[in-house]
Design a protein around this ligand. Structure first.
Ligand code: NAD
Ligand code: MG
Length: 393
């Protein structure tokens, strides 16, 4: 029988975090939760503490942490409540932790994920922003410490499964000609262009196939999510922008593909449910049950493919441009996008302002080389300031 895996879940109250705990709960005795974390959802975090009995629970918000301390004491739970960003790094690097699920949303997820890599933990990477912001530093930390890195993003998990065993980052040597990154096209794939200006956060968050957090749902609607995933694939698989082809596939049944020089294309298929990549990464190289219904191909019946529409989705072009520019440009893109999406969700800007804002910020804040983490943090802060200025202009 395989040994117990001791796990920290960063962002346990989110969409990926909850799916992770759902898979863990299906395998009693196989996983032990050491730490859980959330931004401010103390009620849900308390329920998770009761169920999974972690040693630590981290909240970013101080008032929420105080409430959790009281609840935990009243329930007689043996859970230490910690507060603040430094505590996230602490629970990601504890000696008694084997693996870290990195499922915080946004740039805030990067520091603890990087710390986990430096500490040599097995990393289950959902937080794509870590790679967009600090891909070079993160991959260097992974190689240096000998961490195992398993992608959770469904596309990258599919690519990982379709790559040759032990793929060492050399596409040519492995006979790979292209990475085919599939995209559903989101809820606005066919919306008349003149209506896009007026779409609401509710419409943007109503994804046709996947149930996800609000931020990534808006990114899927603008296709910035696919843009960030192109950058993510670049770092994970050592693929250039030209090596990565986005393929629109509205059924979201094929989760991505690898094309080989002999003409073979290997794909991974399944129902759109994040518990599949989560279970794959948790148990790798074994396979465990994930609670996902088997794919019914007769029900699916048809698979469609088309080229992405860069006019409809300027965010996708901006991301390709940022990857080609390199240095801090992807960090600037990500920060501007995070501010833009938050403003859109707050109804302060329109949907089509998202790419406008990002383009303005990229034109305004100078690109720099990335040598140290500080270079990334400075770029992130400068882009956020420029974006806020544009919004309140
Ligand atoms: P979510 O919004 O549902 O959950 C985010 C989690 O992070 C919550 O637990 C929240 O409390 C915590 N959090 C938010 N801001 C924080 C901060 N500043 N500091 C500390 N904790 C914070 O997000 P999600 O949809 O689960 O996505 C999580 C990550 O996984 C994102 O990077 C996303 O791109 C990636 N991802 C998600 C999906 C999906 O299906 N949801 C698929 C692929 C990749
Ligand atoms: Mg994805």
């Amino acid at each position: 029988m395989s040994k117990l895996t001791r796990l920290t879940v960063l962002g346990s109250t989110g969409s990926i975090g909850k799916s992770t705990l759902d898979v863990v709960a299906r395998h009693p005795g196989k996983y032990r939760i050491i730490a859980l974390s959330a931004q401010q959802q103390d009620e849900l975090l308390f329920e998770q503490c009761r169920r999974f009995q972690p040693r630590y629970a981290v909240l970013l918000d101080e008032a929420a942490a105080e409430r959790l301390v009281k609840r935990v004491a009243a329930a007689g739970l043996d859970v230490e409540v910690l507060c603040g960003a430094a505590a996230l790094e602490r629970v990601a690097t504890l000696p008694e932790v084997d693996a870290v699920m990195a499922a915080i949303v946004g740039a805030a997820g990067m520091p603890p994920t990087l710390a986990a890599a430096q500490a040599g933990k097995k990393i289950l990477l959902a937080n794509k922003e870590t790679l967009v912001l600090a891909g070079h530093l993160f991959m260097e930390a992974v190689h240096h410490s000998g961490s195992a890195l398993l992608p959770i993003d469904s596309e990258h998990n599919a690519i990982f499964q379709a790559l040759p065993n032990g793929y060492a980052g050399d596409m040519q040597r492995s006979g790979i000609s292209k990475i085919l990154l599939t995209a559903s096209g989101g809820p606005f794939r066919k919306t008349p262009l003149e209506q896009l200006q007026h779409v609401t956060p509710e419409q943007a968050c109503a994804h046709p196939n996947w149930s996800m957090g609000r931020k990534i749902s808006v990114d899927s609607a603008s296709m910035m999510n696919k843009g960030l995933e192109v950058i993510e694939a670049h770092w994970l698989f050592n693929a250039s922008a030209d090596d990565i082809q986005v393929v629109v596939h509205p059924q979201s049944v094929i989760h991505s593909m690898v094309q080989y020089v002999d003409g073979s294309v290997l794909a991974q298929l399944g129902n759109p449910d994040m518990r599949t990549p989560i279970a794959y990464a948790l148990a790798y190289p074994e396979r465990i049950e994930a609670g996902v219904a088997p794919l019914d191909l007769f029900q699916v019946a048809t698979l469609d493919f088309s080229a992405p529409d860069f006019t409809r989705f300027p965010c996708l072009s901006l991301a390709y441009q940022a990857l080609r520019a390199g240095g801090t440009t992807p960090a600037l893109l990500n920060a501007a996008n995070e501010v833009a999406v938050a403003a859109f969700l707050d109804r302060r800007i329109a949907f089509l302002d998202i790419p406008r804002l990002i383009e303005t910020v990229l034109g305004k804040v100078a690109r720099a080389e990335v040598h140290l983490l500080q270079d990334v943090l400075d770029a992130d802060a400068a882009a956020r300031a420029a974006a806020q200025e544009w919004i309140s202009r």
